[in-house]
Design a protein around this ligand. Structure first.
Ligand SMILES: [Mn+2]
Length: 471
């Protein structure tokens, strides 16, 4: 077979075999940890956060009718399972599928999520196994995907808004992403007092990767119309019971609500992906729960434990990585990986690139990442192919040994800061938003150096002998 200097062969076209969460967990049993012993809801967070891969709690002491799962996409080796491809093909496959047209939905009359239906006074969402996420919070915190429909285009926008279920049929919702605010404003312009919303728990992780997309799309599709494109299979939708919306038929649990868009309430605190209690307070709208539907056989509640290092840092940035892969590829550099590692606290990005065809290409790649629309690229580090981007230790080693600080790093002052960055300055009159500089670090091997100086030292038979075999 001819090996082309630059290949444009399409990445794998087939998606995963499964289309729902329980199918995903069954198909990927080799990486799933199942906890059969009874666990208290108050221990779920600390236990989940010790798992690197998918974990399922089969027996929650206070909620025997439910199961709970978490940590579906913390690492590349589990993320790739969501797309049904090998780890080496994961990023370019996501980058490719995000440039494909939306597959849309198939509307069906009913589905597994309708096996049990609660309406009116039967509704009490405090009966769901919702954990409290940190030692500094008093209220349980829902992290599910939500769906709203753009009243102008009809497209289904989705995101993960943190929600506090404060009463049996109401709670407060924190919409951190801008599109839901745009859609709320369209409802206000139409004279509506409420916005229908569905909280959807327990989906195939491809839904969650897509729900966290953040970019220019509102004139073409909503995130949900793209889920079938990522899955390479049809997404079936069923009508809601009490609101004018359709929802994924193969979810585990759906909460149907109406958001009151006329009034905001002060609420705090929040656990940010940077690992601090930021912002201190927010102004949040209230959601009134209209119906809850779920599967009959012990529905699986999907939790996203928010601290310390979990899916919380990683999941919202998986589409960012794919979009940066496309942008940096356009500059002409070979791109091996793009990562917002959990140890970067959602403020730092590592790009792993090859030799630029034109001198200066690495700085352009750093600037492309630093100039991204999202507030997650305060510190961008470029590394070469021989630096392990899975390892903070290896990336730090590259910074320490491959950077001349006088010429290989640059700082840009006065840029948009993350609301979650305590080192950034609050801007008077701009609510939670902050101002901070950005830093680009070129920790790649440089052509100006002697390449032989960069030969790493390893013991004889490194990677071949395993200490475990001698214990
Ligand atoms: Mn959106």
């Amino acid at each position: 077979m001819v090996k082309f200097p630059v290949s444009h062969a399409a990445p794998p076209q087939a998606g995963p075999a499964s289309r729902d969460l329980r199918g995903f967990l069954a198909d990927n049993d080799d990486i799933v940890t199942r906890i059969a012993k009874p666990v208290s809801i108050d221990h779920i967070g600390a236990l989940s956060a010790q798992s690197e891969g998918p974990i399922v709690f089969e027996h929650i002491r206070e909620f025997p009718g439910f199961r709970l799962c978490d940590i579906l996409v913390k690492h590349r080796w589990s993320q790739c399972r969501a797309l049904g491809v090998d780890q080496k093909d994961y990023l370019r496959t996501l980058a490719y599928r995000l440039r494909r047209p939306p597959r849309g939905f198939v509307n069906v009359a009913t589905g597994p999520v309708k096996e049990v239906v609660y309406k009116g006074h039967e509704v009490d969402w405090t009966q769901l196994p919702v954990p409290i996420h940190s030692a500094g919070e008093d209220d349980p915190y829902i992290t599910a995907m939500n769906i709203v429909r753009d009243p102008e285009t009809g497209f289904y926008n989705s995101s993960h808004a943190g929600t506090s279920p404060l009463k049996p049929r109401s709670g407060l919702m924190s919409f951190a992403t801008p599109h839901t605010h745009v859609i709320m404003n369209k409802h206000r312009a139409l004279g509506h007092r409420e916005m229908p919303i569905a909280l959807v728990f327990g989906l195939h992780p491809a839904y969650e990767i897509m729900a966290n997309f953040s970019g220019q799309h509102m004139d073409l599709w909503g995130e949900l119309e793209m889920v079938g494109t990522l899955l390479a299979q049809d997404v079936e939708m069923v009508p809601c019971e009490a609101i004018d919306l359709t929802v994924p038929a193969h979810a585990e649990i759906v909460v149907e609500g109406l958001v009151n868009i006329e009034k905001l309430y002060d609420y705090g605190v929040v656990v940010s992906p940077s690992g601090y209690y930021l912002p201190k307070t927010q102004r949040l709208p209230e959601v009134q729960v209209q119906a809850v539907t779920m599967r009959k056989d012990r529905p699986i509640y999907r939790n996203h434990q928010t601290c310390p290092f979990t899916d919380h840092q990683v999941l919202p940035r998986l589409c960012h990585e794919a979009m940066l892969y496309n942008r940096i590829t356009e500059i002409g550099l070979p791109v091996f990986d793009v990562r917002f590692p959990h140890w970067g606290a959602a403020l730092s990005c590592v790009i792993q690139v090859g030799e630029p065809p034109i001198a200066g290409g690495v700085n352009d790649a750093l600037m492309a990442a630093m100039g991204a629309p999202w507030l997650n690229t305060k510190m961008v580090v470029a590394v070469s192919e021989d630096t392990d981007v899975n390892s903070a230790e290896d990336v730090y080693h590259a910074i320490a040994t491959r950077v001349d600080p006088a010429r290989d790093l640059f700082v840009v002052g006065n840029t948009r800061g993350s609301p979650y960055d305590p080192a950034a300055a609050l801007v008077p009159g701009q609510g939670i938003f902050r101002n901070v500089g950005k830093m680009g670090i070129d920790a790649t091997r440089k052509s100006r150096h002697d390449p032989k100086d960069f030969t790493r030292t390893w013991p004889k038979h490194w990677g071949e002998v395993d200490l475990q075999d001698y214990l």
